[in-house]
Design a protein around this ligand. Sequence first.
Ligand SMILES: Cc1cc2nc3c(=O)[nH]c(=O)nc-3n(C[C@H](O)[C@H](O)[C@H](O)COP(=O)(O)OP(=O)(O)OC[C@H]3O[C@@H](n4cnc5c(N)ncnc54)[C@H](O)[C@@H]3O)c2cc1C
Length: 382
Amino acid sequence: MSALSLNRRTLLAAGAITAVTPSLTSAETPFPSAEEATDVVVIGAGGAGLAAAIMAQSHGARTLVLEKMGEIGGNTRLADAFNAVDPKAQQQIGVTDSPEKHAQQMLESGSWCADPRLVRTVAYGAPVTLEWLKTCGVEFDPGVYQVYGSLWPRTHSPRAPLVSGYIEPLAARCRALGVDIRTHHKVLRIVRENDRAPVTGVVVQKADGTEAVIEARRAVIVTSGGFSANAALVSRFDPRLQSLQTTNMPGATGDLIAPLEDIGAATVGMEFFQLLPGSATDGRFIGAISPVENMILVNRWGQRFVAEDQPGTVVTDAVLAQPGRLAFPILDADGYAAMRPLSRAAFDGALTRGDAFSAATLPELASRLQIPAETLLRTVET
Ligand SMILES: Cc1cc2nc3c(=O)[nH]c(=O)nc-3n(C[C@H](O)[C@H](O)[C@H](O)COP(=O)(O)OP(=O)(O)OC[C@H]3O[C@@H](n4cnc5c(N)ncnc54)[C@H](O)[C@@H]3O)c2cc1C
């Protein structure tokens, strides 16, 4: 394999972050009478929402979680890898690490576009969060590894399959504490009388289509996730992604972004998206392709075009510059054997469905992928 290397995108190093000026229209909307009241309303029952609900309820606040979809979990249902410094596990494989190194590598992975203060909050908080998740009943496989897209072996994976890994234990903890979780409850607006007044509640659309106002006496916590499943919004912020499919859950549509801007919230970094190899061309989830040392990416001409262990943003930009914005991750038998059990299970499913192919020889693989065999052979041999 040749050693391709790319320069960092110094263009973005200054951090292209935009703030949207809020348009305050809520003053025109009088506070409607509330149908019910609680202390804290959490919007969205993904990992962040369930964690927030556990904390709020444990501190004595009566907490209601509103989830617009028919099932809880959001994109967190699909998440596996949890990156955190873990000296005990890392020492066993001779790896030294620190939260500051984690923070620096996160910044590097994101081509220095992220806010260092927020990145440090994540990196320094990750070991504590890992232990907290364990107290909530999340069980992790022993040891650490380096997941594709990260730069150091500090990845932990739950023992249970994807959905059960984080969401089921967190939801069980919520229910044990008495948190009220309601599905098919879509929050339409946040109630704030004017730009100097506190937020006082939410307007929600219930399963039967009727609307209700719920008063939140102490706080409204918005954990409604991202918007990668909203193709129109995605291509507004990055036109290169127009008509690109996504592995995101269908609820990731960002429908609260505009209502939040209406009550004075600012948005930042909307133009940054993470793309990783791991989906069929129609967006079906194939699974993470890891570890990276056993994988190459080729374009539809059978050529390698990027060093696969570069930060995710670099790989993303390189894939988007290829013909048809298409790249094929190719693994050999060692790569398949080295896959994590969860990744391998997802990958096996893709093989069965015909979203991924196996072949005994490179010419056979080239024929199945409809790419030039000679070029693929040359690419693999060099
Ligand atoms: C295929 C895939 C694999 C991933 N793998 C990993 C991984 O291995 N490791 C990792 O760290 N990250 C991974 N991620 C990213 C990770 O899943 C997300 O960063 C994380 O789940 C975000 O959590 P969240 O709680 O903020 O949002 P979500 O889990 O998406 O939850 C948001 C919830 O809010 C709900 N909601 C939205 N709008 C409303 C509304 N108006 N009213 C009520 N409810 C609403 C949504 O339906 C959803 O249930 C992956 C993402 C994808 C798509």
